[in-house]
Ligand binder design. Structure first.
Ligand code: NAD
Ligand code: TYD
Length: 349
């Protein structure tokens, strides 16, 4: 892989993946990061990468739905492999306004597939990043495997399911060399503070209410973002073409317990001024419509075939994440105030 196209590299997971590839992995090629810079994309995340790896890193502001621009990027940079992260990613937003999800997640993926189809002889691999939410919801027992039928429940997961089907169909129909990974909920540094974990960390730090949807007994399997990135790179190097791999963190927890855990860790070192326990800030709020009860991943295939397993326990990962948000208040302030958007406007047309 000499010229790897990473889409959505200024988002949460894409940032970690680019940092991991250039700073820690055995990748020696060039990364071309294409990102539309929606509210979730922050190129400031990669300023150090831009400085430290001028030969190995290029950023292009672009929309994956723009067929002309994407074709130009493939040709201009001699793209020979793709790692496709770009998406609208937040379930709550997809409930309020699904349009962008259909455009980017389905049409944008289709567009990338068409670019790849017309350059098949140059393409080593198209790796598509997806979610376990395509499988729907589990009861108390059982795990999602790669054979679990798709049964998405939100506009977000339905759009991701649609893109997964397209990627797989391009393999069967046109011989596209592709792999797909479906992972569980990620957490870690640089996550936009609309998602549960960063939202709770920041609200709890500031003594604000902690919103827990419904009864708080919904279960997610939490995957530390760095573990996700090592899994993706393992699949990109060794994954069998045409295959899907599930990626999980072996860290199932009910939302309420997770929120309580964050409260207790913060109370250890950063007491609230009035010395109340942060658990007192928890508020049960109206549930999300169509809220999936439980996700849990069986990643035996990835473990047995490619010898991958996650390293972070939920507690070590959460502690590292809390530390990051404490140490990066400026990042938080710029993101929350929208200052990063102003910076984007002055730097990119
Ligand atoms: P994110 O929302 O933090 O980042 C998405 C990035 O894509 C942003 O930088 C945004 O600017 C960019 N983008 C959006 N629309 C674009 C377009 N039309 N053209 C180009 N760029 C565009 O998302 P994330 O959490 O980093 O997720 C990355 C991928 O991983 C997504 O495909 C998501 O579905 C998948 N995923 C995420 C999780 C999770 O817990 N975060 C779990 C499973 C799967
Ligand atoms: P989220 O981080 O939005 O990820 P996803 O919807 O993709 O799983 O939410 C994680 C879980 O936390 C989910 O069960 C919804 C719940 N949740 C809350 O209880 N309160 C909140 O404020 C948010 C954002 C999520």
């Amino acid at each position: 892989m000499k010229n790897l196209l990473v889409t959505g590299g200024c988002g949460f997971i894409g940032t970690c993946f680019i940092q991991y590839l250039l700073e820690e992995s055995d990748f020696t090629g060039r990364i071309v990061n294409v990102d539309k810079l929606t509210y979730a994309g922050n190129p400031e995340n990669l300023i150090d990468i831009e400085k430290d790896f001028p030969q190995q890193y290029v950023f292009v502001k672009g929309d994956i739905c723009d067929a002309g621009k994407m074709a130009w990027i493939f040709d201009e940079y001699g793209i020979d492999s793709v790692c496709h992260f770009a998406a609208e990613s937040h379930v709550d937003r997809s409930i309020v306004s699904p349009d962008a999800f259909i455009q980017t997640n389905i049409m944008g993926t289709f567009n990338l597939l068409e670019c790849s189809r017309s350059r098949l002889k140059d393409l080593i691999r198209f790796h598509h990043i997806s979610t376990d939410e395509v499988y729907g919801s589990l009861g108390r027992e059982g795990y999602f495997t790669e054979e679990t039928p798709y049964k998405p429940n939100s506009p977000y997961s339905a759009s991701k399911a649609s893109s997964d089907h397209l990627v797989r169909a391009y393999h069967k129909t046109y011989g596209l060399p592709m792999t797909i990974s479906n992972c569980s909920n990620n957490y870690g540094p640089y996550q936009f503070p609309e998602k549960l974990i960063p939202l709770i960390i920041l609200n709890a730090l500031e003594g604000k209410n902690l919103p827990v949807y419904g009864d708080g007994l919904h279960v997610r399997d939490w995957l530390f973002v760095r573990d996700h990135c090592t899994a993706i790179w393992t699949i990109m190097k060794k994954g069998k073409m045409g295959e899907t791999y599930n990626i999980g963190g072996s860290n199932e927890m009910e939302n309420l317990k997770l929120v309580e855990m964050i409260c207790d860790i913060l109370d250890e070192t950063n007491r609230l001024d009035d010395h109340r326990s942060r658990r007192e800030l928890i508020r049960f709020v109206k549930d999300r419509p169509g809220h999936d009860r439980r996700y849990a991943i069986d990643f035996t295939k990835l473990n047995q075939e490619l010898n991958w397993r996650p390293e972070a326990s939920l507690e070590t990962g959460i502690r590292e994440t809390i530390r990051w948000y404490l140490d990066n208040r400026r990042w938080v302030e710029r993101v929350r105030s929208g200052e990063y958007q102003t910076w984007i406007k002055t730097h990119y047309t």
